[in-house]
Structure formats: C-alpha cells, structure tokens
Design a protein around this ligand. Structure first.
Ligand code: FE
Length: 186
C-alpha cells in the first residue's frame, strides 16, 4: 500500500474511533470537522486551508486528548500534537494554520470586541486553560508571523462549525484533495 493510501487509512481510522465524541460541543467531532471543511470550501479557500479546516482538531483524537479540558481540567495542546502528526504528510500551508488555530482564538479575543462572548462554552473553558486572551504585544507578534491570516480564517470556520443538525458532504469527499496535497516523500 502506498504511503498516501496509508495516510488516508490512518485519518479514516482516527475519525472512526473518535469522530462520535462531542468534547463539550453541540456537534460530534466528525460533524464539526466536516462542517469546518465545508465552510472553507464554500468560501473558496485554497485546498491547503480546506484540509487544515478538516483536520484542525485531529490532535484531539490522539489518546482521546479532546476529553482533557472537560474531564481533567488541563490543556492537552491538541493544536501542537495535531500539527506534528499532520507534518508527516502535509506542507506548512496545512500544518501551520492547524498549529495556530488556538492562538488565533486568543488573538481574536483581544482585537475583536464581542468575539470572546460569542465563543461556545467548551471554547471558553479551553480558552482559560490555553492562557486566556493575548496581550496587545502578543497580538502584534502574532500578526508578524507567517500563516496567521490563514489561522484566523480557519478559526472562523471552527467557531461556526458546531451546528448539531447541519448535513454536509462526508469525509471521503476530501480524500482526493488530501492525497493531492500530501508531499511526494510522505
Ligand atoms: Fe475545532
């Protein structure tokens, strides 16, 4: 089996194992991921950002770490573990928005009035564990790095993609896009 085929198998298996979890949100993790990817596709985002939207929470599936905030009151840093896993197969244009999507939340809390109040309950709980809103200095530093705008775009899809009853295309519809993005040496 090719490496790209194994990548697809790996991702599918992670969704099969943990996609039914809620992790404090109104939608399952599978529905959340698929809604985020769907919104990115509808918005005309590049394939790399669609893939990032689809896979941004895959770190929650590693050792079921998405349950950490609710059950253990700790932050498992799923954005870091997720980006590290994805770096096996994908370029920075996929992994960096994933790695930065928590910072994007902390960033929006300081630059956008009312943003924090609009977050879901689970996102507000995790925000506290993730260090709370950025300072103005941290926000300025965030804006000076690469992929921050992609991370903010991803964050908008993340916040919107928590609808319990929205039906969107399935995981397998993204497999060709993921295979095309995977690096040749992956
Ligand atoms: Fe998310």
């Amino acid at each position: 089996m090719s490496v790209k085929a194994r990548m697809i198998d790996h991702i599918r298996a992670m969704f099969d194992r943990f996609g039914g979890e809620y992790y404090g949100e109104a939608a399952t993790q599978r529905a959340h991921a698929l809604q985020c990817a769907h919104f990115a596709r509808q918005a005309g985002c590049p394939d790399s950002l669609i893939a990032a939207a689809l896979l941004h929470d895959i770190g929650q599936f590693i050792d079921d770490s998405g349950a950490a905030a609710e059950k253990l009151n700790t932050d498992a840093r799923h954005e870091i573990s997720g980006a590290a896993l994805l770096s096996r197969w994908f370029p920075l244009s996929v992994t960096e928005p994933v790695r930065l999507h928590v910072d994007a939340k902390r960033y929006l809390c300081v630059v956008e009035p009312g943003y924090a109040e609009g977050l879901s309950g689970a996102s507000r709980l995790s925000l506290r564990l993730q260090g709370g809103p950025m300072t103005r200095e941290e926000a300025a530093a965030f804006e000076s790095g690469p992929f921050w705008e992609e991370a903010v775009r991803l964050r908008r899809f993340d916040d919107a993609g928590k609808q319990p009853d929205l039906v969107v295309p399935g995981l397998e519809t993204y497999f060709p896009l993921l295979q095309a993005l995977a690096e040749p040496g992956a």
